[in-house]
Design a protein around this ligand. Structure first.
Ligand code: AMP
Ligand code: ZN
Length: 431
């Protein structure tokens, strides 16, 4: 099923000339922003001299650090009065990365999501329960607007509150859900604990994204719920969800190439790799007026699958994300950098020098456990002081990373001392 057959099956030559036309516009828009004005000048880039798509590889990359440096609006290409929405994602320390949209950008994004959902058979007859977080995170509102554009009945349930989710599914006959894979596994268990067989709820289709998961997890979920699950990939810097989506064939995600130019690079050398080779995904947004982003290093590792897809769409597909080139952790769908945790811990005078971040899954939900050495004198004081300190650490961490950690205090010397590159993160989750 096609939302826009013409654009989804456009021939590659026409697609590439459309990409070039949009790229030229994105580059001249970018050149008007304080950030790119400076970067292009420093790198002797004259955007007028970019005469083909091939030349894109001569342009500098943009990184998450650049977004932080230009916080809050150094990459904005339109007057403030044109902007109708912002979203934000966590950064490595302190400041988040902020993304802006004009009304047209929001409308185009909704259209792209409608296209993505219809590619796996969702129509206006479906009841869509959106269990991704609403708010600054793009997962909730991104699919919300797209599903409305498609004409579904949308239940803006947001994440969590499992019993309520189940009740909504039962009362309104939900047919399509959007959910993180880890929450889907957990919710399936809660449904069973309620004495209900998950397939009896009648959910036909799930869109799973926001965190890495394996083909085995997909299969397990399909079986547990009796539904068909489709992979959905996106990142806030590129709008949010809708960068690439699986079609009915379930064999890799079509990158919507009329919105994004995708390259795969060797993460160590920055050199562009041919289709089929695994490397880091680099994306250029060529369809956002408020905030064009050129050659963004996603840090996500994947491969382009150049073979044509049986569905007839000509937009190339990418493989499931295999990992990241940086140390970003995704905990319950939220991005967390170990450096954020460290920055909080090291500001607290009672905290010693050694700590460990342990991740595991309990009943399919991610748990963040932080083991912290504190100075011995703290253990000699009264227990109340220790409890107060624990509360303070939890609160400060929660304020920065939004995930609720479990804190364990240890006497100095309890954790293995580092004898080289410290191993601070122990990830016991099997994904
Ligand atoms: P955010 O900017 O907070 O939306 O986070 C974006 C990041 O989430 C991406 O760069 C990926 O690392 C991860 N992500 C999103 N969707 C998927 C997916 N389907 N599979 C694996 N990782 C994903
Ligand atoms: Zn396809």
């Amino acid at each position: 099923m096609f939302w826009n057959r013409e654009i989804e099956t456009i021939d590659r030559t026409a697609l590439e000339s459309l990409q070039f036309k949009k790229l030229s516009k994105a580059l001249s828009d970018a050149a008007s922003t304080p950030f790119y004005k400076k970067v292009f000048k420093e790198n002797n880039v004259d955007v007028k001299k970019i005469r083909s798509l091939e030349h894109l590889k001569d342009l500098p990359f943009t990184t998450k650090a650049d977004l932080r440096l230009s916080y809050p609006d150094g990459m904005v290409a339109v007057p403030r009065s044109e902007i109708v929405r912002m979203h934000a994602s966590s950064g490595t320390t302190g400041k988040s990365t902020v993304i802006f949209y004009t009304a047209q950008d929001i409308a185009d994004w909704a259209d792209l999501i409608a296209r993505s959902m219809m590619a796996s058979g969702t129509t206006r007859d479906d009841v869509f329960q959106n269990m991704m977080g609403y708010g600054l995170f793009t997962g909730g509102l991104g699919l919300h607007y797209g599903a409305e554009r498609l004409g579904c009945m949308v239940i803006p349930a947001s994440s969590g509150n499992s019993l309520k989710q189940i009740q909504l599914m039962q009362d309104f006959h939900t047919t399509v859900i959007h959910i993180t894979p880890s929450y889907a596994l957990h919710l399936g268990d809660v449904v069973s604990e309620q004495g209900v067989n998950p397939p009896d709820l009648g959910v036909k289709r799930a869109y799973l994204g926001a965190e890495p998961y394996s083909e085995e997890t997909r299969n397990k979920l399909q079986e547990q719920w009796g539904l068909t699950a489709y992979n959905s990939y996106g990142l806030s810097e590129m709008n949010g969800p809708g960068v690439s989506f699986e079609c009915e064939e379930q064999c890799g995600m079509h990158i919507w190439e009329d919105f994004y130019i995708a390259e795969i690079i060797n993460p160590d050398t920055g050199e562009r790799l041919p289709d089929g080779e695994a490397g880091e995904l680099v994306l250029t947004h060529i369809n956002r007026a408020a905030m064009p982003i050129i050659r963004y290093r996603t840090r996500d590792l994947t491969r382009i699958l150049p073979e044509p897809c049986a569905c007839g769409r000509t937009h190339r597909r990418m493989e499931r994300i295999k990992g990241r080139t940086d140390d970003m952790l995704i905990v319950g769908g939220v991005n967390v950098f170990p450096s954020q945790i460290e920055s909080v811990l090291m500001k607290i005078p009672e905290v010693g020098n050694n700590y460990q971040i342990v991740l595991d899954r309990h009943e399919n939900l991610d748990r963040l456990h932080i083991r912290v050495e504190i100075y011995s004198k703290m253990f000699q004081g009264d227990l109340k002081a220790l409890e107060r300190l624990k509360k303070k650490v939890v609160e400060e961490l929660k304020a920065l990373i939004t995930v609720n950690p479990r804190i364990e205090f240890l006497e100095p010397g309890s954790l293995p001392p580092s004898t080289g590159k410290a191993v601070r993160v122990i990830d016991n989750r099997k994904i």
